[in-house]
Design a protein around this ligand. Structure first.
Ligand code: F0G
Length: 470
C-alpha cells in the first residue's frame, strides 16, 4: 500500500560507512601550542592536531566502493592507456567538449590555459576569480577582473543566483577594453569566493551569447558544476523535471571550454582537466602539458586516478547524492542563522561562509577579522577553516598599499561524503559558543608574507586589543 511509503522530512546520507578514519581531539593547551608552532596560520597545522577539518572541500572527498574498485583497473601505460579513454568518455558525456586534457589538478589546467592565451595587459573577466585563477592570470601579466553582480557584496541579501556575473559591466568591459585584449571570459560555477553561490542558466546563456557576438571565447571554471546544476534544478523555472546530467550538459553546451578540478565535483582526491573545442589551442596546450605535466593520455595523473574520476563524475550527478550534499550544508547554515550568526545567504553549495566583520565588529579590517575568527574556532573546538577575506583576496595598489577585499569571510568547507549530521551539530554548537564569547577574540597582524598567494604561508601575531596597542 503506497500510503505506507515513508517519505523522510529531511535528508539522509545516501551511503553507509565502510572504512573509518579515527578522530582525536587534542587538549586546549595542545591546540594552543600547535597554533603557536604554526604561526597562527591554519594551513600550517598538522592534520592530526585537527578534530574536524573544514579547510577545504578539495581533494577531501570519501571515495565510493565503485571508485576504489575501478582504480584496480588502472592502466598505467605511458601512452594510450585504456583508463584515459574511460576518463575521456566520462568527461565528454557530460561536457561534450572535443579535446580533453588531463591535469593533476585545477590550477595546472588554469596555468596551461592562461600561459597560452593571456599576454601582459590582457583582461580576463569572471564573476569572481578564485585565488589560484587570479594568481595564474596575474603571472601571465593579465588583469583578473571580478564582475559579480552587486548583490554578491551584501552577505545578508537573498538572491537565488548570487553567483551571476553582471552582464552590463561585462558588455561595458568588452566594449571598453576591446576584444583584442580579452582572450576569454570565464564564469566560475558555483562561485566559490562569494559563498559557493550558483550561476543561473539564464546568466550562462547570456554570457555565451555576448561572448559569441564579440567573438571572445567563453570558459567555465567548472569545479562545482554538479552543485550548480542542482541549484538550477531547484531554483530556475523550467528545470525542475530535468536531470542534473541534462542540466550540466546544457551548461557546458554554452561554453567553448572549461577548467576543472576533479578534487571537488569529481569526488576524487586528486585530478583535473582542461577541456575545449578549439583544435589549434588544444594542440598548443598539449605541447605545454607534455612539458610540465606529462603525455596527453595521462597529464599529471596515474591511470587509477583517471578511473576514479571517470566514476566520480557519474556519481556526483546522482540526485540522492546532490540532495544530501546541498541540503546538509543548508541544515548547518540554518542552525547558525537560528542562532543569529551572520553568514552569507542564501547558503551555498559546498560551504558556510561566516561574515566575520559583522560577527566581530571590534576587529577592524586591517586586523583580518576572518583570520582571527578561524584561529579562535580552532583554539576553542579543534575545527579548521579557511579565511577568504583580505588575507586571501586583498590587492596591492601601485604604491604597494593594500586594498581590502570586499568581504571578510571565514569559510567552513564541507568535504563530500565525510562528516555526519552529528559532526554538523558539533560545528554549529562550537560557533554558537564563540558568538557568546566574541569579545575575547583578538585581531591579527601579518609578520611575514610571500609575494603571491600569501594566505598559504603567511605568519601572524595576535594583536593586543586596540585600546592597549602601542
Ligand atoms: N577554481 C575554483 C573555483 C576553486 O575553488 C579551486 C580550488 C580551483 C579553481 C583550483 O583547483 O585546487 O584543483 O588546483 N579550490 C580549493 C578550495 C583549493 O579550497 O576552494 P585545484
Amino acid at each position: 500500500m503506497e500510503i505506507l511509503d515513508f517519505q523522510p522530512k529531511s535528508w539522509v546520507e545516501p551511503f553507509r560507512i565502510k572504512t573509518i578514519a579515527p578522530l582525536r581531539k587534542i587538549s586546549y593547551e595542545e591546540r594552543l601550542s600547535a597554533l603557536e608552532r604554526a604561526s597562527y596560520n591554519l594551513f600550517m597545522l598538522r592534520s592530526e592536531d585537527v578534530f574536524i577539518d573544514l579547510l577545504s572541500d578539495s581533494g577531501t572527498s570519501a571515495m565510493s566502493e565503485n571508485q576504489w574498485s575501478a582504480m584496480m583497473r588502472g592502466d598505467e601505460s605511458y601512452a594510450g592507456s585504456s583508463s584515459f579513454y574511460r576518463f575521456e568518455k566520462s568527461v565528454k558525456d557530460i561536457t561534450r567538449f572535443m579535446h580533453i586534457i588531463p591535469t593533476h589538478q585545477g590550477r595546472s589546467a588554469e596555468h596551461i590555459l592562461f600561459s597560452t592565451i593571456c599576454k601582459p595587459g590582457d583582461v580576463i573577466p569572471n564573476n569572481f576569480h578564485f585565488d589560484t585563477t587570479q594568481a595564474n592570470v596575474e603571472s601571465s601579466g593579465g588583469d583578473p577582473l571580478n564582475l559579480a553582480i552587486s548583490e554578491a557584496n551584501y552577505p545578508h541579501l537573498e538572491h537565488p543566483f548570487k553567483g551571476n556575473i553582471d552582464l552590463e559591466r561585462l558588455q561595458q568591459t568588452l566594449e571598453e577594453v576591446g576584444t583584442e585584449q580579452i582572450p576569454c571570459v570565464m564564469l566560475t560555477v558555483t562561485n566559490n569566493a562569494v559563498g559557493g553561490q550558483p550561476v543561473s542558466m539564464a546568466n550562462i546563456r547570456a554570457v555565451s551569447a555576448l561572448c559569441r557576438s564579440y567573438g571572445v571565447p567563453f570558459f567555465l571554471d567548472a569545479c562545482r558544476f554538479a552543485e550548480n546544476a542542482w541549484f538550477i534544478k531547484q531554483r530556475e523555472d523550467g528545470y525542475a523535471d530535468r536531470t542534473p546530467l541534462e542540466i550540466a550538459q546544457e551548461m557546458f553546451q554554452y561554453a567553448d571550454g572549461c577548467t576543472m578540478s576533479a578534487k571537488k565535483d569529481g569526488l576524487t582526491n586528486i585530478g583535473g582537466f582542461l577541456a575545449l573545442n578549439d583544435t589549434e589551442l588544444a594542440e598548443k596546450c598539449k605541447q605545454k602539458l607534455i612539458l610540465i605535466e606529462g603525455f596527453p593520455t595521462y597529464g599529471g595523473l596515474a591511470g587509477y586516478d583517471m578511473e576514479a574520476i571517470a566514476v566520480g563524475l557519474q556519481e556526483v550527478l546522482q540526485e540522492d547524492y546532490l540532495r544530501y550534499r546541498v541540503e546538509s550544508v543548508a541544515t548547518l547554515g540554518q542552525k547558525l542563522l537560528d542562532a543569529d550568526i551572520p553568514i552569507v545567504r542564501p547558503v551555498g553549495g559546498h560551504a558556510i561562509f561566516v561574515d566575520a566583520s559583522t560577527m566581530l565588529p571590534h576587529i577592524p579590517q586591517h586586523q583580518y577579522p576572518a583570520q582571527a575568527l578561524g584561529i579562535a574556532l580552532y583554539l576553542s573546538a579543534g575545527i579548521r577553516t579557511v579565511e577568504l577575506g583580505s588575507v586571501a583576496f586583498a590587492r596591492k595598489d601601485s604604491e604597494g598599499r593594500e586594498q581590502a577585499a570586499p568581504l571578510e569571510l571565514l569559510r567552513l568547507a564541507l568535504p563530500r561524503r565525510v562528516y555526519t549530521r552529528s559532526h554538523l551539530d558539533y560545528i554549529a554548537d562550537a560557533l554558537i559558543h564563540l558568538k557568546h564569547n566574541a569579545a575575547h577574540i583578538q585581531g591579527v597582524r601579518i609578520t611575514w608574507e610571500p609575494e603571491q598567494l600569501r594566505h598559504f604561508t603567511a605568519r601572524y601575531a595576535l594583536c593586543l586589543p586596540s585600546n592597549t596597542e602601542v
